[in-house]
Design a protein around this ligand. Structure first.
Ligand code: ATP
Ligand code: MG
Length: 460
């Protein structure tokens, strides 16, 4: 954070000091987990159903917190009192960001690939200056201000994933941390259950470009018509990326190597350069182009940009995480989350990685699909069969339509089984896997990662 007096903190959050010295300065970090509090920090006490942060207020002060931001007084503890601690954290983050004029905030949203692309952008930005980006998917009302509060006067770039849970949600997150560069990746059926229609999803995601100032920049995926159309929702400058000819930052001549890693020629207004990604999956072409468009805008010259793209690595785990086991089995751990679009790209990557052995897909339930649930699962099963995946293990009854979809494909040479749970899948895999086999593990909310963990453990 930047050093603020408690009087400044109270003013920023519309709060009132109780038992606190207005001139005392917060010089450390803002934490809501009292175990992370260090000298000079500020502890935020959230009232919880099971655990109430206020119970840890005294401990936080003992650990060095200058004061506690909370909703009720705690005897002997210097407090900044507010009505709503989450809202207050958002206001504090906004106050801090507003006091950092040299900071460029990059926000991104989309149905799939937010965390991956956030990590890619951060890897490019850090070459130009100190960068703050949250770990993993820390993208909600809490993760947002928490991450922004880590910015200091030295920070040049703040990269934020904005998850949209409904109309107005991204707008709220943009009020907390206003973006200067807004990146929209794609509009798919992820979280359809919460939105009702794809049009509403597009409406919600477009709030990210609506929030731009006149001198901001919208970075839009030219290959997704719903994203491309968002140009009309902002007065800011627009840069497009993609494989389409409309794109300013383009990939042409895309190929995949035997391990599913894409190569392409990066074409920009400044010229072109060859790119060879170390990341797995065709979809990384799109994600890396989004990052390239931002990196170019931040000032990376083309040769440096191409070199940086070649060095991009995976930061957040369980997202197309490729593990080569010593026994010759390759695991693709994509078990962090799943929806039909992301499962589609993962299955395509699997199919492109076929080696000496077989391709095996272990697929679990995909959450949050609403009315599209049955159809979405069936589609994924059909695709697995159409791509010629050799073995499909469908994990758990809720995912059964995947099995139905696959077995309905007439001329498929592979085989699908519906298994009761993760343990059953691990058992089948342990008895069947041979050197040369490539296994994809993917699902959401159904602990599919337990299968991936077992396969990793087997690697020793
Ligand atoms: P969440 O909404 O759960 O936070 P996210 O948008 O942050 O998801 P990631 O965690 O980056 O997405 O990626 C999840 C999975 O989506 C990846 O493992 C991959 O299978 C798939 N994916 C990543 N990028 C794309 C893309 N551009 N298009 C389609 N699928 C993608
Ligand atoms: Mg995410």
């Amino acid at each position: 954070m930047i050093p603020l007096t408690l009087a400044e903190v109270a003013a920023a959050v519309d709060g009132r000091l109780a038992g606190a010295d207005p001139d005392a300065r917060v010089t450390g970090t803002v934490e809501f987990d009292s175990r992370k509090v260090a000298a000079g920090g500020l502890f935020v006490a959230f009232p919880g159903e099971r655990v109430d942060g206020h119970d840890y207020a005294a401990g936080a002060v003992e650990a060095g917190a200058v004061a506690v931001l909370g909703t009720r007084e705690v005897p002997g503890v210097p407090m900044v009192l507010v009505d709503d601690a989450l809202d207050a954290m958002g206001r504090l983050a906004r106050a801090v960001v507003d006091r950092l004029p040299a900071l460029t905030v990059i926000g991104l949203t989309g149905s799939s690939g937010k965390t991956t692309t956030k990590d890619l952008i951060a890897q490019l930005a850090v070459r130009l200056g100190p960068t703050v980006a949250p770990p993993g998917s820390f993208n909600n009302e809490l993760g947002h201000p928490y991450t922004a509060l880590q910015a200091t006067p030295e920070t040049r770039y703040l990269v934020m994933e904005k998850g949209a849970r409904g109309v107005g949600h991204v707008r709220y997150l943009c009020d907390v941390v206003p973006p200067r560069i807004s990146v929209v990746l794609n509009v798919g059926v992820a979280h359809l259950g919460e939105f009702g229609s794809v049009e509403t999803i597009a409406l919600a995601k477009g709030e990210l470009v609506e929030a731009l100032p006149a001198d901001g920049l919208a970075v839009l995926n030219a290959d997704d018509p719903r994203v491309d159309a968002m140009a009309s929702r902002t007065g800011a400058r627009v840069v497009r990326y993609g494989e389409s000819e409309r794109a300013d930052v383009r990939a042409v001549d895309v190929t995949l190597d035997g391990r599913g890693r894409p190569s392409y020629t990066l074409v920009t207004p400044e010229g072109s350069a060859p790119v060879r990604l170390g990341l797995t999956g065709r979809h990384q072409v799109s994600n890396s182009l989004a990052a390239a468009a931002v990196g170019r805008e931040l000032g990376l010259p083309l040769p440096d940009l191409a070199a940086a793209l070649n060095e991009l690595g995976l930061v957040s785990t369980r997202r197309m995480d490729v593990v080569e086991r010593p026994d010759g089995v390759t695991l693709i751990d994509d078990s962090y989350n799943a929806n039909p679009a992301s499962t589609g790209v993962a299955l395509r990557a699997l199919a492109s990685m076929r080696g000496e052995g077989r391709t095996v897909a272990v697929l679990g339930y995909m959450a949050e699909l609403g009315d599209f649930e049955r159809e979405g699962h069936q589609q994924v099963g059909r695709l697995a069969a159409e791509l010629g995946v050799d073995r499909l293990l469908v994990v758990g009854e809720p995912a059964a339509p995947i099995h139905e979809g696959a077995t309905a494909v007439g001329n498929w040479g592979g085989e699908s089984v519906l298994l009761t749970d993760q343990a059953a899948a691990v058992e089948v895999l342990r008895s069947e896997l041979r050197p040369g086999d490539v296994v994809l593990v993917k699902g959401s909310r159904y602990r599919t990662w337990e299968v991936a963990d077992a396969l990793r453990a087997d690697a020793g």
